[in-house]
Write a protein that binds this ligand. Structure first.
Ligand code: ADP
Ligand code: MG
Length: 211
């Protein structure tokens, strides 16, 4: 049996064509069925539905052989026990620093101000500001980062942006681009050794389907 860990929403939707190339079609849509374990058109393959940030954990411990996770999530997890053979080029966005439109970020950095930064991405943010020599107090949040500067919790946020629509709607502007983000295929290292005969053809088929 091969187990693939996926999250609902955009990653599930954008993964479907890649799995189809390997002859793997989930038998139910997790948005509708509420099932957490979903069979596929291949009797030897199943999908488990987990929170996006939990995908690397399932694969690290071998509860799933394969998974698909954003680079954002993989950086925070650290990647222990995982092979990351393919950039799938799906769920593309970028990690950035954003502030309220009226905040002079460049001037604050230049005078060496200590900034309060709210984010779900503590490791990414810590590395980014350390590399720039900017002093920050990081505040861990689990969602709705855009609210933090508006409510007076922080001067800035580190968050994912694609169109910029959510930032604009909350009068925030992107002041620094940190890195491009997309989702990766991740593989349990022991699984790849023990089940190479079944896993490698799946990995190759997915690779052939990347746009
Ligand atoms: P959650 O709400 O559980 O954090 P999301 O569905 O928002 O999960 O995000 C799952 C993954 O999709 C993220 O880890 C990231 O890699 C990617 N992602 C998040 N926001 C965007 C976006 N605006 N555009 C494209 N990809 C995104
Ligand atoms: Mg989200």
């Amino acid at each position: 049996m091969i187990t693939i860990a996926l999250s609902k929403g955009r990653i599930f939707e954008e993964t479907l064509p890649l799995l189809a190339a390997a002859g793997i079609v989930p038998l139910e849509n997790p948005e509708q069925s509420r099932k957490l374990i979903i069979g596929t058109s291949r009797p030897d393959v199943r999908v488990v539905i987990v929170r996006a940030s939990d995908v690397p954990t399932y694969v690290q411990y071998g509860a799933a052989d394969l998974g698909i996770a954003g680079k954002d999530v993989l950086i925070e997890h650290g990647g222990t026990g995982l092979y990351q053979p393919l950039d799938l080029k799906i769920a593309q966005c970028r990690m950035c620093v954003a502030t309220p439109a009226g905040f002079d970020y460049v001037a604050a950095v230049r005078r060496g101000a200590r900034l309060r930064v709210a984010t779900k991405y503590i490791n990414t943010a810590r590395e980014h500001f350390a590399a720039k020599g900017v002093h920050v107090d990081l505040i861990k949040l689990y969602g709705s980062m855009e609210l933090a500067p508006l409510a007076g919790l922080a001067d800035a946020i580190v968050d994912l942006v694609s169109s910029g629509g959510t930032l604009r709607a909350n009068h925030l502007v992107e002041v620094e681009d940190i890195m491009p983000i997309s989702s990766r295929l991740i593989v349990n290292q022991a699984s790849l050794k023990m089940k190479r005969g079944t896993l490698q053809p799946v990995i190759d088929a997915i690779e052939g389907a990347i746009q």
